[in-house]
Design a binder for this molecule. Structure first.
Ligand SMILES: C[S@@+](CC[C@H](N)C(=O)[O-])C[C@H]1O[C@@H](n2cnc3c(N)ncnc32)[C@H](O)[C@@H]1O
Length: 233
């Protein structure tokens, strides 16, 4: 892959291990959140075979155990980080019908000619700007099979909170509570968040989903800013 300019994926292309150590310490509530994801996928599996598209799959460290419990008939993971995708091959070993694609998630979703029963995204959609998110909801609606679900795990701003206020709070938590990460690494992560995180409010996400004909929304759970949302037609 040719050398890319600095962008929202730089942290994940250059130092995947930093994100891995943050998630290992459960600072973004991966344990609780992926317990919900396992339950959602198990419910879906109980009603028959299902296919799953994972947008911004990273190294799949947390979705892989869910897939081993509620195995889909086909899993497609998309990410711009080659380092993460390389690890994903290891985490997904033993599962059949797995495809990993080094692509932009919105472009991949818009281009795919197959539909999916479940579209999932964990902590990646907040990297898109508002138009990108709206386009993503439209593309999800178009590529979900009948009865399909879009499961969105992501950070969400409080109602009425500006991005600046959100960042002030989030960066403060990172600097004061993520104490197991080296201070210079925390600053690297803070720089990434400050430059590339554009979380919406829950109302904005609901409005975007409704405009894309995904009016049914469930807030399954939240852990501080970290939400588990399910959208369907
Ligand atoms: C915070 S990590 C999340 C990884 C995993 N899904 C999780 O829940 O822990 C965000 C991932 O999204 C990827 N990403 C960000 N923007 C992307 C885009 N436009 N297209 C594809 N992947 C993207 C990054 O490379 C990174 O692997």
């Amino acid at each position: 892959m040719p050398e890319q300019a600095t962008d929202e994926t730089t942290l994940f292309r250059q130092s995947w291990t930093l994100y891995d150590s943050i998630s290992e310490m459960n600072y973004m509530f991966h344990r609780e959140i992926y317990t919900h994801v396992t339950a959602l996928l198990s419910q879906r599996r109980a009603s028959g075979a299902y296919s799953l598209l994972d947008l911004g799959c990273g190294n799949t460290r947390f979705i892989a155990p869910c897939l081993k419990t509620a195995t889909p008939s086909r899993y497609a993971g998309v990410d711009l980080s080659e380092a993460a995708l390389k690890e994903a091959h290891e985490y997904l070993r033993g599962l059949d019908n797995v495809g990993l694609y080094h692509q932009d998630m919105l472009q991949a979703l818009q281009a795919t000619e197959v539909s999916f029963d479940v579209i999932f995204s964990g902590y990646a959609v907040h990297h898109l700007d508002a138009k990108g998110k709206q386009d993503l909801f439209h593309a999800c609606a178009a590529k979900l099979a009948p009865g399909g679900q879009f499961i969105l795990v992501d950070v969400v701003r409080e109602e009425g909170q500006t991005r600046e206020q959100y960042l002030e709070g989030y960066l403060n938590v990172m600097r004061t509570q993520w104490t197991a990460v080296r201070p210079d690494h925390i600053e690297e992560a803070c720089d990434h968040v400050a430059a590339y995180d554009f979380p919406e409010t829950f109302s904005d996400l609901k409005r975007m989903a409704a405009a894309a004909s995904l009016p049914n929304v469930r807030l399954l759970d939240r852990f501080a800013q970290h939400h588990v949302l399910v959208f369907s037609a």
